[in-house]
Structures are given as structure tokens and as C-alpha cells.
Design a protein around this ligand. Structure first.
Ligand code: TXA
Ligand code: MG
Length: 317
């Protein structure tokens, strides 16, 4: 069921069921952080490996201290500047936080989502919500309630309707080493924006091994079922795969020598925010049509363009 009813959603959560949660980035699969039953259901439904920890969603920055301890000053500064919003902080966890949520790590991921419905819900709950993105492991994240329903059908009894996600790509994850911030996952909040706010350059954790710092950084992730290639030169790629049924995904409009059966433009005015907001919905749409291959155009390597390229690159593995 897709519902607008926040009180009903609370009843489900109070009874240890999990629900589809709208946020400004992507929809989450959410459960009460104090219910092991709910947390286990999240891992089971998503088919997520237990080594991959969940993000805890809290209602306000004041609630940080209920899940984290020994919080670096920079974390408070970032929370003040960017919450509610698409930024997740990795902080030393409070001992009461379940090891299931943190996959046994000494840290917890936490954010305040910037979505009216999510905030209204968190406000009436007595507990924060653990929520990964509401997609089966390694597939494309959902940016509408309908995407979530398509993925899970009746196995997920309730999805809170929150419309299309305004941002459309996951949060940016910031961790700390020796109190110094570093980027664990590129996301909707551009690193440039964080750097200009803090007045420092942020190193990036490039760890993509078997035991990654943030498994969102696993090299294959965010993948459509259709094979995808990422290119700077769409004309050349179209020529090379001329014998295939191609779905084309470009940043702005293009006049093509060889038109493709389906061509989606992410932003008519080449606006990166609009392109990010539409990216996953476009990949979902391309996955639904009968094509052999998705050819995606690389975005300019600035700001959100870096995040979009990161997702397309992982989708192409
Ligand atoms: O925008 C978002 O972040 C969405 C919405 C629903 O909030 N959530 C999301 O969750 O993208 P998920 O589970 O798909 O991605 C969370 C990432 C994973 O890569 C996970 O490994 C990482 O956060 N993570 C969570 N806890 C962590 C921790 N303690 N240390 C390092 N990475 C952590
Ligand atoms: Mg995810």
C-alpha cells in the first residue's frame, strides 16, 4: 500500500514493521533503530550483506548525541550548515546502538533528511529510523514511491507517499580520521560546497576493496539490468554498437546522425541539479524498454557532475 497517512505509518513502525520512507535524496527502507526484528527485516528484504551498515535518520541536529558520542567540532559545524539535508556523518557510536545497524563497526552513520513528510514522521516517533536506500542490493535506488512498490510489491506492506525525490541521488557521506573530515561517498551535496564552507580541501577515501569504508563505494553498484557504457563521445559509441538496440542517455539535447530507439535527455538546459534529480528515474525507465545497451554521456567533471559520473561509472561495471 502507498499511503499519505503518517499516523498509520507510525503504527506500522511501532509494531516493528518496516516501511518505505521518502527523503529528498532517494526512498529508504526504514525501521525502528531499537527493534532488532525490524533491522533484520531490512537486511532480508534488501538482500543486503550484513557487513554493510545502515544510516540512522534523526529528526534534528540536537538528536545527534542520542546516537553518537565524542563528536568532532567540525561535525557540529557541518550539521549546523547542511542539516536537514543530503549529508551523512560517520561518527563514533553510542554503545546502545545495535551492532546490526553498524555492522559491528565502532561508528554510526547519521543524517537529518530534508523532506517534509519524513520530518513530520520522525517528529511523532519516539525513536530514530535506520534506513538504507529502498532497492535490492546493488540495483538502482528508487526516487518515487512507485519505484519502491515495483521492487518489493506485497513484501513491503506500507510505503509513505512523498512524491518524486527532489534531489534524486544519495547523500554525501563524510567520515573523520583524527578529527579531520574526509569524503566516504560522493553524493547530492557537492564536495566543492563543503570545501568552500570549511575553507579546506577534503581528502577522499578511495577504499573499494572487500572491506570498504562505505560499501556504497563498492565498484559495482547502482546498476540497471541492461548493460551500460559511459562515454565522452556518444556519436562514436553509437557507431561502434550500430548492430544493437541502443537506449541513449545524455546530459543535454543532441542532434544525432543515427537516432536511437529511445533517447532520454537529463536536462534540456544542461543543469546538473536537474540532471541529478532525473538520473535514477531515467535509468529505471530505460530498464523497462526492450533495448540491448544503454549508452550514457559523461557529465562535466564539476560539482554534481562528479557525483553523477561516479554513479554512471559504477553502473557500467
Ligand atoms: O541519501 C541517502 O543516504 C539514502 C537515504 C535513504 O537516506 N540512504 C542511503 O543508504 O543511501 P545506503 O544504505 O544505500 O547507503 C549508506 C552507505 C553505505 O554505503 C554504507 O556502507 C555506508 O553508508 N555506511 C553506513 N554506516 C557506515 C559506517 N558506520 N561507516 C562507514 N560507512 C557506513
Ligand atoms: Mg544504497
Amino acid at each position: 500500500m502507498i499511503t499519505n497517512d503518517i499516523e498509520l505509518t507510525k503504527i506500522f513502525l511501532d509494531n516493528e514493521f518496516i516501511i518505505g520512507l521518502p527523503t529528498e535524496t532517494v526512498y529508504g527502507l526504514a525501521g525502528n533503530i531499537n527493534s532488532d526484528k525490524a533491522i533484520k527485516s531490512i537486511f532480508e528484504l534488501k538482500k543486503r550483506p550484513l557487513f554493510n551498515p545502515l544510516i540512522v535518520h534523526v529528526k534534528s541536529k540536537n538528536a545527534i548525541s542520542t546516537v553518537a558520542q565524542s563528536i568532532p567540532d567540525t561535525a557540529y559545524q557541518l550539521a549546523e550548515a547542511f542539516w536537514p539535508g543530503p549529508m551523512t556523518l560517520i561518527l563514533p557510536k553510542k554503545s546502545g546502538i545495535s551492532d546490526l545497524i553498524t555492522a559491528g563497526k565502532p561508528t554510526v552513520a547519521v543524517r537529518v533528511p530534508n523532506h517534509e513528510k519524513a520530518l513530520q514522521l520522525l517528529d511523532i516517533l519516539d525513536y530514530p529510523l535506520a534506513a538504507p536506500s529502498a532497492n535490492p542490493f546493488s540495483s538502482i535506488s528508487p526516487t518515487s514511491a512507485e519505484h519502491v512498490h515495483q521492487y518489493f510489491g506485497k513484501s513491503l506492506p506500507l510505503i509513505l507517499q512523498g512524491g518524486q525525490c527532489a534531489k534524486g541521488i544519495e547523500s554525501t557521506i563524510i567520515g573523520f580520521q583524527n578529527n579531520q573530515p574526509l569524503v566516504y561517498r560522493l553524493g547530492t551535496l557537492s564536495v566543492d560546497e563543503i570545501e568552500s564552507y570549511l575553507g579546506i580541501k577534503l581528502p577522499q577515501s578511495t577504499n573499494a576493496t572487500d572491506s570498504p569504508e562505505a560499501p556504497g563505494m563498492l565498484s559495482k553498484h547502482y546498476s540497471p539490468k541492461t548493460p551500460l557504457i559511459l562515454t565522452n563521445s556518444i556519436e562514436e559509441a553509437i557507431e561502434k554498437y550500430a548492430n544493437k538496440k541502443i537506449g541513449l542517455l545524455t546530459f543535454g539535447p543532441h542532434d544525432l546522425t543515427y537516432p536511437c530507439p529511445i533517447h532520454l535527455v537529463l536536462s534540456e538546459n544542461e543543469n546538473l541539479e536537474e540532471a541529478a534529480a532525473r538520473l535514477y528515474a531515467a535509468l529505471h525507465q530505460l530498464d523497462e524498454v526492450d533495448i540491448d545497451l544503454i549508452i550514457a554521456e559523461k557529465m562535466p567533471e564539476i560539482g554534481l557532475g562528479c557525483t553523477i559520473n561516479d554513479r554512471l561509472m559504477r553502473a557500467s561495471k
